[in-house]
Design a protein around this ligand. Structure first.
Ligand SMILES: Cc1cc2nc3c(=O)[nH]c(=O)nc-3n(C[C@H](O)[C@H](O)[C@H](O)COP(=O)(O)OP(=O)(O)OC[C@H]3O[C@@H](n4cnc5c(N)ncnc54)[C@H](O)[C@@H]3O)c2cc1C
Length: 502
């Protein structure tokens, strides 16, 4: 078959961690890959940007996934690369009701810490031991069941064949974290407030609405090895884009996809630069709710139908702050600060807490000596921010002030710090930044209402058209979308083999 220079085996729309991972695996196998990214830089919600001499993270700040059975270890080992990173400990500190709760990675030490703050020793011990156990199984099972949710008969057979020893965890898909804790005798309401805010940053749903099966890895992510990337997560992203280029793939930034259409047995992809590309397979790294607009006919209808299942997804209010480095030397890099009355009453936030991450104090790429960069984030409702019209700037300033006030009260050292720079982003900003419809970020909440098998599959009903990223299984977070990139790579390879046999 004669190929034109605009003809590829695979085109990937979106260079978030999902699209980047898929592109790496495909390029590593020698497939011709074109990765198209609308923004000026790759990485999407897990990247970094430069502003007035400092480097801020775009969204994600915490990084796990390099332990046994975890997706970034798989990425490194399959590709033979090392992502630049440093271990951090402790993983996080939580400030609530005057308590300073340190999320130690050591599993026994963490159980001692939680008992120190919330009592009920026997019950807590049982709860966390079960959480570790279920979490380890979930990582193991998800590493070996790449065709999930099952679509074809063969996927179902594999699923049943692969996991005979692990089916005991399945009932936890139908029992919430809260129910599980209560069934073990835990009753302290403060503990549930603690758990709710922890789960909101990982499963995106409170303990009463997170199935224990997903809640266990979400609650215990601080008990796996946590990392910091010197220079910011853009260094992880750069490692992957260099790899793709080295293997002969192409990454084109500032070239957004305008449309994806079926063209005989192939797909035709039009971009904002007026170029037309074709490919045997297309993988979209865009949220499922972005896809209806980019496609037409049956394909578009399919995506509108799928995204109508997920009308609720979170947005984020985020802040970049630079201060002088006046913080305690032994301070962790990540902090969760509870508002005094949990119901924060802050316009524009739908969150009982705020998450703050620091640049490492030795990281001279992100901040000059004597300064620290802080990334702050909290949950927000996109519809609220899109409906503010003339009041938008005033509300944004008020929200920012309320968060600064909270930092002054709760974040050690901050009250003595000189603020050298501060700016905020809302779901409106996110919409214009990573082009996710309505600025919805963080994927789809892993809630009880969402049955395990009801995820949008990464394989669409249209042969050769696939999805990855945080709106398909296994959902949000860098490890989650990296796994989605690996899973979709396996699906795409299967398709490409069939395609070339025809
Ligand atoms: C504030 C915040 C904090 C977070 N904290 C953490 C954390 O600490 N740890 C963690 O693991 N996870 C965290 N997450 C979640 C994590 O960042 C995301 O789930 C993950 O990065 C999403 O990756 P993705 O590949 O699915 O999508 P994205 O990162 O959204 O990538 C999609 C890409 O597609 C591009 N694009 C959009 N439209 C087009 C188009 N038409 N054509 C071409 N390209 C297009 C976008 O520009 C973007 O680069 C956080 C997220 C947010 C928002």
């Amino acid at each position: 078959m004669i190929k034109s220079e605009n003809d590829y085996e695979v085109i990937i729309a979106g260079a978030g961690m999902g699209g980047l991972s898929a592109a790496c695996f495909l390029a590593n196998d020698g497939y011709s890959v074109l990765l198209l990214e609308k923004a000026h830089a790759a990485g999407g919600c897990s990247s970094s940007y430069f502003r007035k001499g400092y480097i801020f993270e775009s969204g994600a700040t915490t990084l796990i996934g390099f332990d046994d059975n975890q997706p970034l270890r798989l990425l490194e080992s399959k590709l033979g690369i090392i992502i630049p990173k440093e271990k951090i400990e402790p993983s996080m500190t939580v400030y609530m009701d005057g308590k300073k709760i340190i999320r130690w990675q050591d599993r026994k030490k963490w159980i001692r810490e939680i008992i120190k703050h919330f009592g009920e020793p026997a019950e807590q011990e049982m709860f966390w031991k079960l959480s570790y156990q279920v979490s380890d199984v979930v990582w193991k099972v998800s590493a070996k069941n790449n065709f999930f949710p099952p679509i074809e008969k063969r996927d179902w057979l594999k699923l049943l064949w692969n996991n005979p020893m692990d089916v005991w965890v399945l009932p936890y898909a139908f029992r919430s974290v809260r129910e599980t804790a209560i069934s073990m005798g835990i009753s302290n309401p403060d503990f549930f407030r603690f758990l709710d805010e922890q789960l909101m940053i990982s499963s995106q749903a409170p303990s009463s609405d997170t199935p224990f099966l997903f809640g266990a890895p979400a609650m215990t992510y601080t008990n796996y090895t946590n990392y910091y990337v010197p220079g910011g997560l853009i260094e992880m992203v750069n490692t992957l884009t260099h790899f793709i280029n080295e293997k002969g793939g192409q990454v084109k930034t500032k070239e957004g996809v305008l449309s994806i259409d079926k063209d005989g047995a192939k797909y035709k992809v039009m971009t904002q630069k007026g170029r037309e590309y074709s490919a045997s397979a297309v993988i979209s790294n865009l949220p499922v709710w972005n896809m209806g607009r980019l496609t037409s006919g049956d394909i578009s209808e399919y995506f509108y139908r799928e995204s109508s299942k997920y009308d609720k997804a979170w947005g984020a209010f985020t802040m970049g702050v630079v201060t002088d480095d006046v913080y305690p030397g032994d301070m962790s890099l990540h902090h969760q600060l509870h508002f005094e009355n949990d119901a924060a009453g802050v316009d524009g936030l739908d969150s009982g807490s705020v998450f703050v991450s620091f640049s490492d104090n030795n990281d001279r790429i992100r901040a000059k000596a004597g300064d620290r960069v802080l990334n702050v984030s909290a949950h927000a409702l996109p519809d609220y921010w899109f409906g503010l019209n003339g009041k938008y700037e005033a509300v944004k300033n008020r929200t920012q002030d309320a968060i600064i006030e909270l930092l002054r009260h709760k974040l050690p050292g901050f009250s003595n710090a000189t603020i050298k720079m501060v700016f905020s982003s809302t779901p409106v900003t996110w919409n214009n930044w990573v082009y996710r419809k309505k600025g919805r970020v963080g994927g789809i909440p892993q809630s009880m209402s969402r049955s395990l098998l009801n995820w949008t599959p990464n394989q669409t009903p249209f042969p050769g058209l696939f999805l990855c990223g945080d709106t398909v299984f296994p959902g949000q977070g860098i490890p989650g979308v990296t796994l989605s990139g690996f899973n979709v790579y396996l699906r795409a390879v299967k398709h490409l083999r069939n395609f070339s046999n025809h």
